[in-house]
Design a protein around this ligand. Structure first.
Ligand SMILES: *Cc1c(COP(=O)(O)O)cnc(C)c1O
Length: 381
């Protein structure tokens, strides 16, 4: 009899719950057309220049990539005007999150501090690493209480994770507040790294006013994460990057599996950086779509939270259906959005900003659902 057994941390694990896929829903409900507004992907698809290079580099699928992805590193260093020694790249920023935890925190000894709710990869990878998690509730309006967060930090804390703009709310604190957090953390816990996850920062109205990285202010204890999965339209190729304190970047390259960023991903990343027309169109589409969805959802009686990202957090009007019922009714109409029970938010929904057709289809479907579930005001039914 086999005695194979997994570590207790793994037995206890709740796996990451991804947004549903189009193929799944098409099959399940027998639909021809399904719209996915669940995973904050780019509403315009993949950049044309990146598609072209992925085709061109298909023939290189047999090759190992060059170690250290030097061309991509150079391009990213230039983009952010930082030394190349600070740049790391990974198989999505998820890989960098995982690596930072494994590099800095010892199982059974060290602590990670983050908000509750927050992007679920931080607690999941922390759990896998066997590291204790201390979580600070968000305020009722989903804004950050950095004082309360700092109160959870002790001498064993090795990482503090903050996403700005935040997922799933879209909340974005002012740059000065983040700067102050970095400063206080440096005083309070000099062994602790502050990880600022800026996956959605380029969708903010004023990136400079919100991002220390964009402003060129890089505190010594702070790592910044960005991704090609959202505004650059390459979620499926898996490419993310970090701007780290140089000594940490050096250890990252030693620790990472050598080839986690493959040749098509690296080339597509370079092409996506060059495809400025696509990126500009993405930002315009998201800004316009976000404003439209916010306005129309509000007109439908929903509560919508302010968002600096490419998605909106909302609640349905009182006395209509539950968030879960609405999510399922939308699925039947071929629209996938994101229920947030895995974030502990039973009555909230998150919708990614789509292209104009997708936004209109989502709004029409939601209008129907709300109309048929609203209490009948005339008393007839
Ligand atoms: C989408 C997202 C990421 C990016 O993940 P990738 O692994 O780069 O695809 C990182 N952080 C947050 C908060 C996200 O929502």
């Amino acid at each position: 009899m086999s005695r194979i057994s997994v570590r207790p941390e793994i037995q206890r694990l709740d796996a990451y719950a991804p947004g549903l896929s189009i193929a799944e829903i098409r099959r399940k409900y027998g639909l021809d057309q399904v719209i996915k507004m669940a995973s904050n992907e780019n509403p315009l698809g993949a950049p044309p220049l990146a598609q072209e290079v992925v085709r061109r580099y298909a023939a290189f699928a047999f090759r190992y990539p060059q170690g250290g992805n030097p061309r991509l590193v150079a391009a990213l260093a230039a983009l952010h005007s930082v030394e190349p020694a600070r740049i790391v790249v990974g198989n999505g920023s998820d890989e960098i999150i995982d690596m930072l935890i494994r590099m800095l925190a010892e199982a059974g000894r060290h602590v990670i501090v983050c908000f509750e709710p927050c992007f679920s990869i931080y607690p999941i990878q922390g759990g896998i690493a066997g590291v204790q998690l201390r979580r600070c509730p968000l305020r009722k309006d989903f804004s950050f209480n950095f004082d309360a967060l700092l109160n959870l930090v002790n001498a064993d804390t090795r990482l503090v994770f903050v996403s700005t703009p935040d997922n799933p709310s879209g909340y974005c604190p002012p740059r000065a507040a983040v700067r102050d957090l970095a400063r206080q953390l440096a005083d309070h816990a000099p062994d602790c790294l502050l990880v600022i996850d800026e996956a959605y920062m380029d969708f903010a109205d004023d990136e400079n006013a919100s991002s220390l990285l964009a402003a060129g202010d890089l505190p010594e204890n702070t790592a910044f994460l960005r991704t090609f999965s959202k505004s650059y339209g390459l979620a499926g190729l898996r490419l993310g990057y970090g701007v780290l304190p140089p000594v940490l970047a050096k250890y990252y390259w030693r620790t990472r599996l050598p080839f986690s960023v493959n040749i098509p991903a690296e080339e597509a990343g370079l092409a996506a950086l060059a495809d400025t027309a696509f990126r500009q169109a993405t930002l315009t589409t998201v800004h316009e779509g976000r404003a439209l969805l916010r306005q129309k959802l509000t007109e439908l009686g929903c509560t919508v939270w302010p968002s600096s990202a490419n998605f909106l957090l909302f609640q349905l009007p009182e006395g209509t259906c539950s968030a879960q019922e609405c999510f399922e009714a939308l699925l039947k109409k071929g629209v996938i959005i994101r229920p947030l029970s895995s974030y502990g938010l039973q009555e909230h929904l998150r919708v990614s900003v789509g292209n104009p057709q997708e936004n209109a289809a989502f709004l029409a479907a939601l209008r129907d659902i709300l109309a048929s579930s609203a209490p009948d005001r005339d008393g007839k039914s």
